[in-house]
Design a binder for this molecule. Structure first.
Ligand code: DC
Length: 223
């Protein structure tokens, strides 16, 4: 990182899946006129690219080479892989599973580091992920770890699935959520854990707007 980029503010928002951090991070970015990085999308794009190229998801060197040269772009509210609009494709369950596999490979994480840091552009960046405050932007002045109970997160995911016309089973979603939490926290590379200097925000009993306001207040208190 250059000295110049170090002066560009970054707000990191990390946390488990379905904690609402993506929505909160995007709204905070809009409120401040900052850029927004959805780092999970980069892991999803890497997995999708591997699947398209027939590269095995445990072929660390092969997947890392794809990650390093990923023709990814975020524009017009859509996600692109080369000239293909993959906004919906990267949200598929199978791609999410693939993303969690490739995210456990150290060479893949290393290959995506510079790309993620390049999003730090004036006037500032809101970065959403798992290791934004602990690894990628460890020097950020404002860090938030957003969480909610497994039951609350499972209920949010349940409502999303039902709204989209899918079938869903709440008890199995709660069990999945707990299993995924345990896996993410136990991972040896960049495990999901709050940075020591992160604000812990438990949104179990909080709506999105209150969480957005809490992050903005924390950012302003750090100026
Ligand atoms: O947030 P998400 O569900 O789109 O993330 C997809 C996968 O990528 C998920 O298994 C966690 C992983 N990930 C990661 O390891 N580090 C990040 N900074 C972001 C996501």
């Amino acid at each position: 990182m250059s000295a110049a980029s170090g002066s560009i503010p970054v707000i990191t928002i990390d946390g488990p899946s379905a904690s609402g951090k993506g929505t909160v991070a995007e709204r905070v970015a809009v409120a401040l006129g900052f850029h927004f990085l959805d780092s999970g999308a980069l892991y999803r794009l890497t997995a999708l690219s591997a699947m398209k190229h027939g590269v095995a998801l445990d072929d660390e060197a092969g997947v890392a080479a794809l990650a390093a040269a990923l023709p990814a772009a975020f524009r017009d509210g859509a996600v692109w892989l080369a000239e293909e609009n993959v906004t919906d494709a990267i949200r598929a369950e199978i791609v999410g599973e693939g993303a969690s596999k490739v995210a456990a490979l150290p060479a893949v994480r290393a290959a995506l580091l510079d790309r993620q840091r390049a999003y730090r552009q004036p006037p500032g960046l809101v970065a959403d992920g798992r290791d934004m405050g602990t690894v990628v932007f460890a020097d950020a002045a404002t860090k938030v770890f957003l969480t909610a109970s497994a039951a609350a997160r499972a209920e949010r995911r349940y409502k999303q699935l039902i709204e989209k016309g899918n079938s869903a089973n709440l008890p199995s979603l709660v069990a999945d959520m707990r299993a995924r939490d345990a896996r993410d926290a136990a991972r040896t590379v960049a495990p999901l854990k709050p940075a020591p200097d992160a604000l812990l925000l438990d949104t179990t009993h909080m709506d999105i707007e209150s969480a957005v306001q809490a992050v903005l207040a924390h950012y302003r208190s750090r100026q």
